[in-house]
Design a protein around this ligand. Structure first.
Ligand code: C2O
Ligand code: CU
Ligand code: CU
Length: 488
């Protein structure tokens, strides 16, 4: 055990979170390396690149880098030397050009998660592989009516996605509002998790943990552990949250402060919704307004039971049970003090994404997510399948006629949750475990509970081409829980 320095003790005391919260981040008290983890430092923002005159052109270099994670030196993978990589700020109608430079020792590629853009050619094409030393010029043309919101980018080279994301390859994309929403400050909060050994390396993840979906020992916001920031009472902050974790579900609460949800993933609710709690499964994003009231508030992630492996009692290997993960890990701390300010202007009416509940459905499909024993049994032999099959790049599993609205029933026959993600075309949830939804809820990652069922509708009115749908527990995607779709 390493003694806590006077400065750290003061910091922790000052934050009023002392032993439990600091310990719950897994830090401080158990260090064996020379450099301690740091919690409670001032929140930093990833670097930003902003479009001008309808275009943003960036060079994105994926390479190993020596950076700091939770304040400690770490050997990670970075975009342009940082993790998260740069935040890309664009607008509907823009052209985004990304030159991906691969200076990793393995193949990679790039996916723009949630953007409604073409999957063909040098667009959002996950079938492209960029070999070590290679480069690729991606070009994404956003439609004029592209929904505003927070999106993100990450590698998508099948079989290596989880490891590359876990090592630090991800960044936020923001599609700006057509009409600005008044806020005192805007903060991008990219949440990730990873594990560092005593030398600052990210250790290989055992197969059993991959099967359950790995959860890192550190939960980070912009690479920091429980960073803090300040506001004055009455100020309205805008938070853009991305869950980039490979497998961790984030059940978020912000005690003592009002959270208003503008929308999840792509699109907006017609009016902001006041929420107490927010579940972000891997890949999900949230657009929040937080109106500060006096006192500190800690953004915390609570334990979410996401089931177990077949044939096991309780949480499977690799899953953090309430027993081994102190509940309510502190992710970030908002300190509110000073003179109150006048309340900000009301939020302008938001353009909702429409409603397919009364649309004519041209085709209905069954999508079955399953986990079963493969040949020989044993955890290493588990099969993660969609409609009985593991991913095969050469096979197209679903062919859709362009222009149609389809209804998909997502059925999970396994005892663990799977967050289901479809590229390019957002999904409207119309029924969850037998209950019809009361409002138009659009998401691009939809959680399908253990032994649960969700019905979604998808409008394939624009963009043809080949893409994928998969479980966004990236370990599951890598072992085959993914299918190819072609719209033509
Ligand atoms: Cu965020 Cu196919 O991925
Ligand atoms: Cu995606
Ligand atoms: Cu899964």
């Amino acid at each position: 055990m390493q003694p806590v320095s006077r400065r750290q003790a003061l910091l922790l005391g000052g934050l009023g979170i002392a032993a439990t919260a600091a310990g719950s981040a897994g830090l401080i008290w158990t260090l064996t390396s020379r450099e301690p983890f740091v919690t409670g430092s001032e929140l930093t923002q990833p670097p930003e690149e902003r479009s001008t005159n309808g275009q943003l052109q960036v060079r994105l270099e994926a390479a190993p880098g020596q950076i700091r994670l939770a304040g400690r030196p770490a050997a990670a993978l970075c975009y342009n030397g940082s993790s998260p990589g740069p935040t890309l700020r664009i607008r509907a109608g823009d052209v985004l050009k990304i030159m991906l430079v691969n200076n990793l020792a393995q193949a990679t590629n790039l996916h723009v998660h949630g953007l409604h853009v073409s999957p063909e050619g040098n667009g959002d094409n996950v079938f492209i592989a960029v070999e070590p030393g290679g480069t690729f010029d991606y070009e994404y043309k956003l439609p004029r009516d592209h929904p505003p919101g927070v999106y993100w980018y990450h590698p998508h080279h099948h079989g290596m996605v989880a490891d590359q994301v876990f090592a630090g390859l991800f960044g936020a994309i923001i599609v700006e509002d057509p009409e600005p929403i008044e806020a005192s400050v805007e903060r991008v909060l990219v949440i990730s998790d990873t594990t560092l050994d005593t030398l600052g390396n990210i250790p290989a993840v055992p197969v059993m943990e991959r099967m359950m979906g790995r959860e890192g020992e550190l939960i980070l916001v912009n690479g920091q552990s429980n960073p803090q920031f300040t506001a004055r009472p009455g100020q309205r902050e805008r938070w853009r949250i991305v869950n980039t974790c490979v497998a961790r579900y984030l059940r978020l609460r912000l005690d003592g402060q009002q959270m208003q949800l503008l929308g999840m993933d792509s699109g907006r609710f017609p009016a902001p919704e006041t929420v107490e709690e927010l579940l972000l499964t891997p890949g999900n994003r949230a657009e929040l307004l937080v109106t500060a009231s006096t006192g500190d508030a800690v953004l915390r992630a609570f334990y979410q039971n996401r089931g177990s492996m077949p044939g096991m009692m309780g949480p499977g290997f690799g899953a953090r049970s309430p027993a081994d993960q102190p509940d309510g890990a502190a992710l970030a701390t908002l300190r509110v003090s000073g003179e109150p300010v006048a309340s900000p202007a009301s939020v302008p009416a938001q353009q909702a994404l429409g409603d397919l509940r009364s649309a004519a459905v041209a085709a209905r499909r069954q999508i079955v997510l399953a986990v079963g024993m493969g040949m020989g049994g044993g955890a290493g032999m588990m099969r993660f399948t969609i409609n009985g099959k593991e991913f095969n790049e050469a096979r197209t599993d679903t062919t859709v006629a362009a222009g149609n609205v389809e209804e998909w029933t997502l059925t999970n026959t396994s005892p663990m949750d799977h967050p289901f993600h479809l590229h390019v075309w957002p999904m409207q949830i119309i029924e969850e475990n037998g209950q019809a939804t009361k409002t138009a809820i659009w998401q691009d990652v939809v959680n399908v509970r253990a032994n649960g069922r969700v019905k979604v509708r998808v409008d394939f009115r624009d963009f043809r081409g080949r893409s994928v749908y998969h479980c966004h527990i990236l370990d599951h995607e890598d072992v085959g829980m993914m299918s190819a779709i072609e719209v033509r």
